[in-house]
Design a protein. Sequence first.
Length: 335
Amino acid sequence: MKTKPEPNRRFSVAPMMEWTDRHDRFFLRLISTHALLYTEMVTAPAIIHGKRDYLLGFDEAEHPVAVQLGGSDPRELTEAARIAEGYGYDEINLNVGCPSDRVQSGRFGACLMKEPDLVADCVAAMATEVAVPVTVKCRIGVDDQDPREALPTLIEKLRDAGCRTIIVHARKAWLEGLSPKENRTVPPLDYDLVYEMKRTYPDLEICINGGIATLDETKTHLKHVDGVMMGRMAYERPYVLADVDQRLFGVTTPSRTRHEVIEAFMPYMARRLEEGVTLHAMTRHILGLFQGLPGARAWRRHISENAYKKGAGLDIVTEAVNKVREPDLETHSAD
Ligand SMILES: Cc1cc2nc3c(=O)[nH]c(=O)nc-3n(C[C@H](O)[C@H](O)[C@H](O)COP(=O)(O)O)c2cc1C
């Protein structure tokens, strides 16, 4: 029986391996209070056997935050979900969309599009054990599947297994012949099919993902589906999130300027440096913050050339930020 409230999924930042780690999420949270943030995918065996605090630890300020699990063994996933729930995540999400070789060899990720019964078993098993919602992120199909069959088949089985929320990356994955990167650009996007899923299954929460670059586009999608998940743009140009609270969640107070974001990130970085985290591990996520402003390139360069050095401290960030001019009246028009 569910006891935890559903997080608001109107706008979320996608799970991205190597990118949406805890430092990135803390940083993004300084730009938007309401966007739902996803972790990188963590495999169930890693959670069960690996360094849990390292894999799952996060800062309270990151809420609302969802953990994405990788796996296809209902028993393992259930154990991993229980452990993750204990860390305080607001949602458990299962990865049915990631096409990398490493992921396929473990029989999880996008290849599970071909095993909808197994996915439904995994979700049902997890949902009986945890009080937080269990969701799925999938593709519209893989390889020679017909998305018009594969996607509704998966969705119906998930619905019957008690899953209420499905996030659809609106393109197929080709498991052979394309790299993971190509699988995020080459297969064509089919937003209409995702819209159709919402019309066909109105009781389910359907969120759309793939190629969404602005908040104007987000608003258009929200006329057809319940939520939008943004990936690469939110990482590469994080200030696109600056208007999310106001335009999508009705917040009336202004969000932080870019310089205020850095100022607010400083105490966090100081704490983590004391714990032995390197400056580079954190600053690598913030390079795109000033994109489009005079001095943005100098900011990037100063950080890239210095943050990785042994003993690098916050003075590097202060020096870099002094190279950027921010308009006095910030317009937040990154979108
Ligand atoms: C660097 C990188 C890592 C990714 N890792 C994951 C992952 O761990 N799990 C997942 O479901 N999708 C992963 N994705 C896919 C994204 O979540 C998203 O579905 C995809 O980038 C399409 O959205 P976008 O066009 O807004 O970027 C990754 C994407 C990128 C760029």
